[in-house]
Design a protein around this ligand. Structure first.
Ligand code: SF4
Length: 391
């Protein structure tokens, strides 16, 4: 069984002493090393205490100031009076027979009432495998992109997540499974939301994840998946430290893609793939194109040949994801179509791999848990007619 961690600082988030209006405390989670150094100086401490706090939070995963043994006891008390560590509450845990654990997390309301920072529910998934664990996290509660095969789309956009709420999902999943952790951790930003439509918080969280003094994840082990937000891809390409990039392709023509991903009308294939060709890649780095195979819709060998043409000359690989039967009006591809599709890509020199969703017995589709529980928490959801797995 996964370890159950206490999700809030020892006194509980609401009992921290107040410096902010309304009795709220500053949340340190999601803050950069520079932010924390500045905060320490503001309260009359040397700046290096901020670096120690940063280390305790992200490298040691201490979610309670009292347990930060690299700080003097008197400072720990002062911190607990002024600041909080805003870990989400685990509303439910679903243990799959394949070893993965899905978490339904409740994020507290943030900011003033009516500011749009309402409470929200998101999902994160911990997936152990030989020598590593992969953690899938959400970057928004709900999503505005309206992919037709996606259940999260049915939630509409509830709200953006903060950098702290994005990081908290990784920290929490690691800590809950501390006793069984493998040496390597992969993080995929493929849960609820379109990461490039919540750009600054996502990049702030990535900087902490990829920082050798922070969470110490390698850039090769963190993947951001996008539905194809071209300005975001271009902007991400200019960042100093970048994650791996995955693009949710799912079609071989504009007509097909328009039908299941309306975002394609704004950024059609030619524009999207031009941005992908410009995206800077390190040595031995590939772009990943995800392709959800919907039986009878986008799974013909002609589709595969067109995909190969679209990707020609690009350092790219394709992950083929057979559709999971579910509530939506699609069907899985026939096994022989799946294999023919993979071989047609392979014959044109495009590496292609079949990926199956983990945790199928515990509501595998992204958005499924939050959707089934939405009436209990989120009264302001804008429903859309669309639905499916994450970007
Ligand atoms: S697939 Fe991803 S981008 Fe598309 S609606 Fe779902 S969460 Fe949003």
């Amino acid at each position: 069984m996964p370890r159950q961690i206490q999700s809030r600082d020892s006194d509980g988030a609401k009992s921290f002493a107040a410096e902010l209006p309304g009795g709220a405390k500053h949340d340190v989670l999601g803050k950069s090393r520079e932010d924390l150094r500045a905060s320490m100086e503001e309260i009359g401490e040397p700046a290096y205490r901020g670096a120690q706090l940063y280390h305790a939070l992200y490298a040691e995963r201490r979610f309670d100031f009292a347990s930060m043994s690299n700080l003097p006891a008197e400072l720990r008390e002062r911190l607990a009076q002024r600041f909080c560590i805003g870990m989400p509450e685990v509303s439910r845990r679903f243990q799959s027979s394949d070893g993965s654990v899905r978490y339904l997390l409740t994020l507290a309301a943030r900011g003033e009432e009516g500011s749009g920072e309402s409470p929200a529910r998101v999902e994160a998934v911990f997936m152990p495998s030989e020598g590593r664990q992969t953690i899938c996290i959400s970057t928004q509660a709900g999503c505005a992109v309206e992919c037709r095969f996606c259940l999260t789309a049915q939630l509409g956009l509830v709200r953006n997540l903060t950098a702290g709420e994005i990081l908290a999902q990784v920290l929490l999943a690691l800590e809950e499974n501390r006793e069984s952790l493998a040496p390597r951790t992969n993080v995929v930003l493929m849960g609820q939301g379109e990461p490039l439509l919540n750009y600054e918080p996502v990049v702030a969280a990535l900087r902490v994840m990829l920082d050798p003094n922070g969470m110490r994840l390698g850039p090769r082990h963190v993947t951001l998946s996008t539905s194809g937000i071209v300005p975001g891809i271009e902007r991400l390409g200019r960042e100093k430290v970048r994650p791996r990039l995955a693009i949710s392709l799912n079609a071989s023509t504009d007509e097909e893609r328009d039908a299941i991903m309306p975002i394609n009308r704004k950024y059609p294939l030619e524009v999207l793939l031009a941005a992908c060709r410009e995206y800077p890649l390190g040595p031995r780095e590939f772009l990943t194109f995800e392709y959800v195979l919907l039986g009878g819709f986008n799974d013909s060998t002609e589709d595969a040949r067109r995909v190969a043409r679209l990707l020609s000359g690009m350092r790219a690989k394709v992950n083929l994801i057979p559709w999971n039967p579910g509530e939506l009006p699609y069907r899985p591809p026939a096994a022989e179509n799946l294999e023919e599709f993979r071989q047609a890509l392979f014959a044109k020199g495009v590496p292609a791999f079949v990926r199956y969703s983990r945790g199928q017995d515990v509501n595998a589709a992204c958005g499924q848990l939050a959707l089934s529980e939405r009436g209990s928490l989120v009264p302001t959801i804008a429903t859309s007619p669309s639905a499916g797995p994450s970007a």
